[in-house]
Design a protein around this ligand. Structure first.
Ligand code: DX5
Ligand code: ZN
Length: 218
């Protein structure tokens, strides 16, 4: 099972509703929303009002990726705005367990995100508490960057741990995902894939999405 989560970071913000509907019709499983604060990452994007505006536009789960300092202060707002999944960076959370419980307390699926250099040992003791782990395969901050291949062994290693411990944790990959890069991640055990530029920067988005999904299943 492969789930594709188009990242609206690469969409046309002047017509965001249509952009979301287009990828939903094309077979997307989730909508990925990149929240950046200009502190944790060197870019500023969108806040809860965008989640709230998109909520009535689509039936798909809204996958909110928080690339912000002090995520605890904003989780309630994103949950009430309609987020279905919220992921936080291990590098931004001083009390990760508390943050994960806070996300769950609003009925939202919690995920933890690892930057490319962050070892999986940092999340060994939170795996029982999360619904998914998101591996960054670019340095967070911008769409359209090149896939960092050296993350793949981390994906495989975590996948092995999840199986050994018989946990119900999904693996999501974010950054540089294309029809060329998805396969190696799927083989390593990932099932959810964010794709921004590889879908939204293409003339035929439906075709691009289906090609990425097919490559992930191959
Ligand atoms: C990067 C974001 C990604 C980004 C992916 O910091 O977290 O979700 O939109 O864009 P692509 O697929 O173009 O690498
Ligand atoms: Zn993202």
């Amino acid at each position: 099972m492969i789930k594709i989560a188009p990242s609206i970071l690469s969409a046309n913000f002047a017509k965001l509703g249509e952009e979301v509907k287009e990828v939903e019709a094309a077979g997307a499983e989730l909508i990925h929303i990149d929240v950046m604060d200009g502190h944790f990452v060197p870019n500023i994007t969108m806040g809860p009002i965008v989640v709230e505006a998109l909520r009535p536009i689509t039936d798909l789960p809204l996958d909110v990726h928080l690339m912000i300092e002090n995520p605890d202060a904003y989780i309630e707002q994103f949950a009430k705005a309609g987020a279905d999944l919220i992921s936080v960076h291990v590098e931004a959370c001083r009390h990760l367990h508390r943050t994960i419980q806070l996300i769950r307390s609003f009925g939202v699926k919690p995920g933890v995100v690892l930057n490319p250099h962050t070892p999986i040992e940092s999340i060994q003791h939170i795996l029982e508490d999360v619904d998914f782990v998101l591996f960054m395969t670019v340095n967070p901050g911008f769409g359209g960057q090149k896939f960092i291949e050296s993350v793949v062994p981390k994906i495989a290693a975590l996948s092995k741990i999840i199986k050994e411990r018989n946990l119900n944790v999904e693996i999501e990959i974010d950054g540089g995902i294309t029809a060329q890069t998805i396969g190696v991640c799927a083989k390593a055990g990932a099932t959810m894939f964010v794709a921004g530029s590889a879908i939204y920067n293409q003339e035929n988005r439906a075709n691009a999405l289906q090609q990425i999904k097919a490559a992930g299943l191959a």
